[in-house]
Design a protein around this ligand. Structure first.
Ligand SMILES: C[S@@+](CC[C@H](N)C(=O)[O-])C[C@H]1O[C@@H](n2cnc3c(N)ncnc32)[C@H](O)[C@@H]1O
Length: 333
């Protein structure tokens, strides 16, 4: 299916989805902009247009908590080197000048930090699909997405096996890194459009030899069970999760996503996650310690997530994004 047809098919299916999974006003407004940006730059440039609203930080100020953490940990010499390198290829097509500079600086700091303790970062190559900003170290493309995904992967790697689910995975940065660094049978990816369509194309290009169950409408699991069970990557709209069997997930990931939803949506998704994660399976959650739902001025704090039915493996402040929390939870047997 051509990319624009895929987007249209998703929009039509979302129309018949229950309200509880429909994007909040914040996300429908953002998705409208994403639709325009995709229209202008195409899927070919999504790493410079859409991806900056997922987990790439381009509007950071010197007192930002991430910069403070990195500068303090790396020390003045590495920081000065990163600052000097910021100007080696200062501006990126399609990205405003000040955002380009902030992007360069934070990416170099983050890469220096993550490379120190995670040698596997050096084994990963930056996918070219989507035209990522041209930031290089020793001639190789580097990015915040690879570095952040490797840091997160280190937090949940012990739980990767069997079937991994991810809700709100953006364009698929964690799916990419998890598939490169670990083995699993299947990765089930659920998101709204256009993220779902972008992720599907990104993974298709990144793993051309793997069988992929691309998004399509269906009414029951039995209709698509054979195909899904023979696929390594599966792409679903969020309401289709309801049709997946109880206990199907060995590991469920949600990163920087639930906190942008309405409280009723957060509760709904947590109930689905509780149903889908098998006994002794795991749930990894990373979110802002405290965030304001832009729609309703509702504040969501880390203690508002109903994790009943899970036992805590760890709960801590992640490296770098020190205003977030990350937790690994195990489903009670
Ligand atoms: C800030 S982005 C983070 C993306 C990705 N986890 C990352 O860290 O790169 C938030 C994600 O949540 C998804 N999302 C927003 N509202 C949603 C909803 N109602 N149901 C499912 N996913 C949603 C967005 O499409 C997006 O992929």
């Amino acid at each position: 299916m051509e990319f624009n047809q895929l987007l249209t098919a998703m929009v039509l299916e979302m129309d018949r989805a229950p309200d509880i999974v429909k994007p909040s006003k914040f996300w429908s407004d953002l998705n409208e902009q994403h639709g325009k940006r995709l229209g202008e730059g195409g899927i070919e440039n999504f790493r410079r247009t859409l991806a900056k609203d997922y987990f790439t930080w381009m509007r950071v100020l010197p007192w930002d908590s991430q910069i403070r953490f990195l500068v303090k940990t790396l020390g003045p010499v590495t920081t000065a080197k990163c600052a000097a390198m910021t100007f080696s290829n200062p501006f990126h097509d399609r990205i405003p000048m000040t955002e380009s500079l902030a992007l360069n600086f934070l990416t170099r700091l983050l890469w220096a930090y993550a490379s120190r303790s995670h040698p596997e970062l050096a084994t990963l190559s930056e996918p070219q699909f989507g035209n990522p900003p041209d930031i290089r170290a020793s001639g190789r493309l580097i990015s915040q997405d690879l570095a952040n995904s490797v840091l997160e992967f280190a937090s949940y790697r012990s739980a990767v096996n069997g079937t991994v689910y991810e809700l709100g995975g953006g364009y698929g940065r964690n799916a990419y890194v998890t598939a490169k660094l670990a083995s699993f049978e299947r990765y089930v990816f659920a998101d709204i459009s256009p993220a779902l369509a972008v992720a599907q194309e990104f993974i298709r290009h990144s793993f051309p030899n793997d069988r992929l169950f691309g998004f399509r409408p269906f009414d029951s699991y039995s209709e698509i069970a054979d195909e899904i069970e023979n696929s390594r990557f599966v792409f679903l709209l969020p309401h289709q999760l309801e049709m997946m069997p109880d206990g199907d997930a060995d590991l469920f990931l949600n990163i920087s996503s639930l906190h942008e939803m309405r409280i009723d949506q957060v509760d709904y998704y947590l109930a689905q996650i509780r149903r889908l994660v098998r006994p002794n399976g795991h749930f990894y959650l990373k979110a802002w310690e405290s965030s304001n739902n832009p729609d309703k001025a509702e504040q969501i704090n880390s203690t508002d997530y109903d994790l009943s039915g899970f036992q805590q493996v760890f709960w801590r402040t992640p490296e770098v994004q020190t205003r977030f929390f990350e937790t690994l939870q195990m489903r009670a047997a």
